[in-house]
Write a protein that binds this ligand. Sequence first.
Ligand SMILES: C[C@](O)(CO)[C@H](O)COP(=O)(O)OP(=O)(O)OC[C@H]1O[C@@H](n2ccc(N)nc2=O)[C@H](O)[C@@H]1O
Ligand SMILES: Nc1ncnc2c1ncn2[C@@H]1O[C@H](COP(=O)(O)OP(=O)(O)OP(=O)(O)O)[C@@H](O)[C@H]1O
Length: 288
Amino acid sequence: MLATRAPAKINLTLHILGRRADGYHELESLVAFSGAGDILRLEPGDDLSLAVDGPTAAAAGPMGDNLVLRAAQRLAERVPGLRLGAFHLTKYLPVAAGIGGGSSDAAAALRLLARANDLSLDDPRLLEAARATGSDVPVCLSPRARFMLGRGETIGEPLGLPPLPAVLINPGAPVETRGVFARLGLSPGERTGAAPHPDITAALGAEGIAAALRRGRNDMEDAACVEAPVIVDALAVLSAAKGCRLARMSGSGATCFALFSTRHAAARAAAVIRRQHSGWWVKTAALR
Ligand SMILES: C[C@](O)(CO)[C@H](O)COP(=O)(O)OP(=O)(O)OC[C@H]1O[C@@H](n2ccc(N)nc2=O)[C@H](O)[C@@H]1O
Ligand SMILES: Nc1ncnc2c1ncn2[C@@H]1O[C@H](COP(=O)(O)OP(=O)(O)OP(=O)(O)O)[C@@H](O)[C@H]1O
């Protein structure tokens, strides 16, 4: 039995540069990952199957539409004789939450299939299968902080950032990615003229990175707040937390994150928020 984690993807920044002729939006996004997330296991074999359990399994939708199966099929189309097998997904991450749970599960499936078939993680067919599965899947293939460009198909080198102490909160409203993009109101071919992305390097250190990130944005935040007004509350709660260095939404929402100087400050803030909002999903993380 092979196993891997599928961590949450956090868009530390999400700049929308425009809308391409093919309808997809062109992004510049610095992405980082939590430690914890879903767990995916694979018993290698001839036939492809999937079982899903865990606290958020029901929300993940019909099994046949699961991105784990889609990713496996996209790789099988590209690798003749690919050995498949029985996947078992234990789902912990909130669904339709802006943290790429399904995309991270799909990327995890590709990593496990690579191991089962002695394929290198650098095999270009893995990246092609990831691109064909969804926009967020390529960046999740090797989950380390890096830039994501284009519609998500172009991935930068890992930045080797120091772990960033954070709190993630999801206020419980599922948000459909497509609807938030549509609400931006960009026409195919239109550019936004967005301000350039701040330089981010490991040499800045955790405090310097938080300061530089404050000069960046999530360009989907306003549109997502119209779709799910509770995001405004989530951002206010994080901004008011003692020691918060930056509070921002991830992806198309509704999950928001805050950065802190220390793990201790993050843990303290998470405990306070949990007490005040018992229905919210609240996690500490060291984003990297
Ligand atoms: C918002 C982000 O989470 C930021 O990381 C991603 O761009 C979304 O990635 P994703 O959920 O994997 O997106 P996909 O499943 O490929 O696409 C869902 C829908 O979002 C829109 N979409 C997605 C990505 C992108 N760069 N431009 C878009 O306009 C398209 O309408 C598409 O039909
Ligand atoms: N393994 C999976 N886990 C969660 N959702 C899945 C999975 N496979 C397919 N889906 C479908 O994908 C949709 C989006 O779920 P997901 O949790 O990946 O969204 P998200 O966090 O907003 O993603 P992103 O940040 O990439 O836009 C769900 O509504 C669900 O029907």
